[in-house]
Design a protein around this ligand. Structure first.
Ligand code: NAI
Ligand code: MG
Length: 498
């Protein structure tokens, strides 16, 4: 929209903008007056919104302004027990008994209602989580609807998904999700579980619960039988009570490796099925024959997208030595043009960090990078006074053993490393405890296939990055977890085959 553009009369001094004319965009704020965020949300149990037994609520804020948006109920062990019992009752009485084609209709209805309410959901997601509106509007909410549409299609075709087997649901699923893609993660968890005939107790992350409760309102409007989906809010203790409840048959968790390991230990020796989707430290590998400008856009999208709050973020960039200098130069120029600021502005590229705790974690790891001798480059853009912000950053001269090359930063911070041969790239890329995703950039098709076979990662993108589709399975190797979500594979954790 050229009418919104004005060139600045002079270039901002500093390396970031040395070669590119800097464009100044007039603010283009998304309206918020059409969004109904309740001042207080209760627990969604048995088809109704009920006060928590704990009689406690906690505040949830907008990380871009630090203003309180709403308060959420804190579910205690008794509330968890109520939710699990309602889920069990719904499972026995209705959901496992109704015709699969009827189940499909309910799931389609949820998908359509998400589409209808997408504008409000996108604004709420941005206000509660800090992500730019163009991402919640164009990525999170449409993909959430797409997941429900996709799995609705499987509900009455399970005998084709698992030919020559008898397919039964697992029972009651406890699902715990993180704060980086709140509604989308809820959709990833709920859609396959419901399609396969399970009932659910879902716990969103404590900093980003609003869109899950809006989804509860949608589920009520879609007229799902009471108790098929229960949504309870709270922090780690609520999650732990759900994990340890004897009435749950399956746990699905997405979040930190630390909590994932704890859950795995506490479920050892029980009948409960478990899937874990944990962290990542993805390699994005660029060969000298790659289309460089396209690769630079892919690198930028891979790490600065969603403030780097992405488990499959391309956080380790491996450049073939001969292209180190031009790619680093282009990266410096490009990050200088990223617009950091109000997530509700349609022109914002990088929004707010999700919480103070996450900002502190990023700051601590970035300090360790400088201390360990890497060279830092950071955008010189201004950021708002209030709220949680971190400027797009990258490091060069990174030692393979340093913390910034090994640990998940989960922020807009890239570590640049180099390689000479494809073998060296594979060895270095595989040298972390994680294995969730990877990117390969090269003109040569045979090299893409060879790399894909040798990289220990669940998802591998070639000449692109961060592309998602409900039909495509997603999941990790090693400490990135086990089990797959998405696609036909995503049904497996929610069925018993005989
Ligand atoms: P976390 O693992 O503590 O939180 C994820 C979810 O688990 C939340 O709903 C939380 O309430 C719940 N939870 C926390 N403790 C629990 C327990 N003992 N039992 C059951 N549920 C529990 O993640 P956190 O602390 O928010 O983030 C820490 C780091 O984890 C991030 O810096 C990032 O590196 C990584 N992370 C990875 C994610 C991914 O998508 N793989 C998502 C979020 C965080
Ligand atoms: Mg935690």
């Amino acid at each position: 929209m050229t009418s919104q553009l004005e060139t600045r009369d002079r270039l901002t001094p500093g390396a970031a903008s040395s070669a590119l004319a800097e464009w100044h965009y007039s603010p283009s704020l998304e309206a918020t007056d059409h969004v109904k965020i309740q001042p207080r949300y209760n627990l969604f149990i048995g088809g109704k919104f009920v006060e928590p037994h704990s009689k406690r609520w906690f505040e949830t804020i907008n990380p871009a302004t630090e203003e309180t948006l709403s308060e959420m109920a804190e579910a205690d062990a008794e509330d968890v027990d109520r939710a699990v019992k309602e889920a069990r009752r719904a499972y026995e009485k209705t959901w496992r008994k109704i015709a699969p084609s009827e189940r499909a209709k309910y799931i389609y209805r949820i998908a359509r209602l998400i589409q209808e309410k997408s504008r409000g959901l996108a604004v709420a997601e941005t206000m509660n989580g800090g992500k730019p509106i163009k991402e919640s509007r164009d990525v999170d909410i449409p993909l959430a609807a797409a997941h429900f549409f996709y799995y609705a299609g499987w509900a009455d075709k399970l005998e084709y998904a698992f030919p020559n087997r008898t397919v039964s649901p697992v029972g009651v699923a406890g699902q715990i999700i993180p704060w980086n893609f709140p509604l989308l993660m809820a959709a990833w968890k709920l859609a396959p579980a419901l399609a396969a005939g399970n009932t659910v107790v879902l716990k969103p992350a404590e900093t980003t619960s609003i869109t899950s409760l809006m989804l509860a309102e949608i589920i009520q409007e879609a007229d799902l039988p009471p108790g098929v989906v229960n949504i309870i809010t709270g922090a780690g203790a609520t999650g732990a009570a759900l994990v340890n409840h004897a009435g749950v048959d399956k746990i699905a968790f997405t979040g930190s490796t630390e909590v994932g390991k704890r859950i795995q230990r506490s479920l050892a020796g029980t009948h409960k099925k478990l899937t874990l989707e944990l962290g990542g430290k993805a390699p994005n590998i660029v060969f000298e024959d790659a289309p460089i400008d396209q690769a630079v856009e892919g690198i930028i999208n891979g790490i600065y997208f969603n403030q780097g709050h992405v488990c499959c973020a391309g956080s380790r960039l491996f450049l073939q030595e001969s292209i180190l200098e031009p790619v680093v130069r282009k990266l410096r120029e490009r990050i200088g043009t990223l617009r950091v600021g109000n997530p509700l502005d349609k022109n914002t590229d990088v929004g707010a960090i999700n919480s103070r705790a996450q900002l502190e974690k990023i700051q601590e790891l970035v300090e360790s990078g400088t201390e360990e001798g890497a060279e830092i480059f950071q955008s010189s853009c201004s950021v708002p006074d209030r709220g949680f912000w971190f400027r797009p950053t990258f490091f060069t001269g990174v030692a393979a053993s340093s913390r910034i090359a090994q640990e998940e930063i989960f922020g807009p911070v890239l570590s640049v490393l180099t390689f000479r041969t494809p073998e060296e790239a594979i060895e270095k890329a595989n040298n972390t405890p994680y294995g969730l995703s990877a990117g390969v950039w090269t003109e040569k098709g045979s090299r893409i296939l060879k790399m894909a076979q040798k990289l220990r990662a669940g998802v591998i993108w070639a000449n692109t990055y961060n592309k998602f589709d409900p039909a495509s399975p997603f999941g990790g190797y090693k400490e990135s977890g086990f089990g797959r979500e998405g696609g036909l594979h995503g049904l497996s954790p929610y069925v018993v085959l005989t």
